[in-house]
Design a protein around this ligand. Structure first.
Ligand SMILES: [Cu+2]
Length: 325
């Protein structure tokens, strides 16, 4: 029995930490939300305890022992005054942080456009005074700085959510929504789609890497560069096969003839932490599986499976893509 209780408690508590927990905040906005959550929880516990005490009291006392006056005080006090006061305080406390959360980031802040796609994340960094820098399925942020996300969707409603950094925001077709997040510590976190959007809704995640400012700046400047040409024979073959098999109709690899925009930009795909919106590790084996078994891995994905390719071609493609650091 004691083992069961311990296991149960551990299971519940394990939800409180980790890369995707709103109760383990790593950002200013998430901190506000976690505080609100705890105060609401404490508030509702106090109300619940009060109700239980009254319940026990009422069961144990005889009705005749109440005067009319005493009964009225109980009903008006406990039924009207206390709930109005407690709920008003909790409501005001809950509404108070909203204006600051909806305010735009200060001028000069980094802006990142993110679009929820079927089923991946199209990302463009918009550094002030520079051309947009495309990426996908991974978001990097400098620590301690507010970043303004511009969110949209071309198809259905998705919801952009990085629990350790802040609240969620819907991505609505035909509309631009905005979300400001201010990470407060470095680390790797996980974001996900929080609005059911179709068959592979649960297979649409992304990594979030919060870095020191200089590290982030170096990374972003590298991302803005075109891809380096492959050096090894297998990877060179892969580069040819990428164009010959029509991968380039849907994918861009900057610095090559591949300029498709249907799927993710693959210019630096080898440098990402995961593949295909957080469902596979980033290694050559995962690239091969993705190219050959696309639809088994992600139902209704908009990329055709290339299982008809000879294994050596798939291996060459994987070597090329994995090398795009
Ligand atoms: Cu979605």
């Amino acid at each position: 029995m004691r083992g069961c209780v311990a296991l149960f408690t551990l299971t519940i508590l394990s939800g409180c930490t980790g890369v995707q927990s709103a109760l383990d905040p790593a950002g200013r906005e998430a901190g506000t939300i976690a505080r609100l959550f705890w105060w609401m929880t404490i508030g509702s516990m106090i109300v619940w305890l009060g109700v239980i005490v009254l319940l026990i009291y009422s069961v144990r006392t005889r009705a005749e022992s109440f005067t009319r006056r005493k009964a009225r005080i109980m009903i008006v006090g406990g039924g009207v005054v206390v709930p109005v006061v407690v709920l008003t305080v909790l409501l005001l406390y809950g509404l108070a942080p909203i204006p600051a959360m909806l305010a735009p980031a200060p001028p000069g802040s980094l802006k990142i456009a993110v679009s929820g796609e079927q089923w991946w994340w199209r990302v463009h960094y918009l550094p002030p005074g520079q051309a947009p820098i495309p990426s996908a399925n991974e978001i990097r942020l400098p620590v301690g700085e507010p970043v303004e996300f511009h969110l949209e969707s071309p198809d259905v409603i998705h919801s952009f959510w990085i629990p350790p950094l802040g609240g969620k925001m819907d991505m609505i077709p035909g509309r631009k929504t905005r979300l400001v997040l201010t990470p407060s510590r470095t680390g790797v976190f996980r974001g996900a789609c929080a609005e059911y959007c179709g068959a592979s809704h649960a297979l649409m995640a992304f990594s979030v890497v919060v870095q020191q400012r200089e590290e982030f700046a170096a990374w972003l400047s590298h991302q803005s560069q075109p891809a380096e040409s492959p050096q090894e024979l297998l990877a060179i073959q892969g580069a040819h096969l990428f164009l010959a098999n029509g991968c380039s109709a849907c994918h861009t690899i900057r610095g090559t003839a591949a300029a498709g925009v249907v799927g993710p930009d693959l210019t630096h795909v080898g440098s990402r932490l995961s593949l295909a919106a957080g469902i596979l590790p980033n290694d050559p084996n995962a690239f091969e599986r993705w190219i050959g078994q696309t639809h088994d891995l992600k139902p209704e994905v908009l990329m055709p499976a290339f299982h008809m390719l000879p294994p050596e071609d798939t291996r060459a493609l994987a070597a090329y893509l994995e090398g795009l650091k």
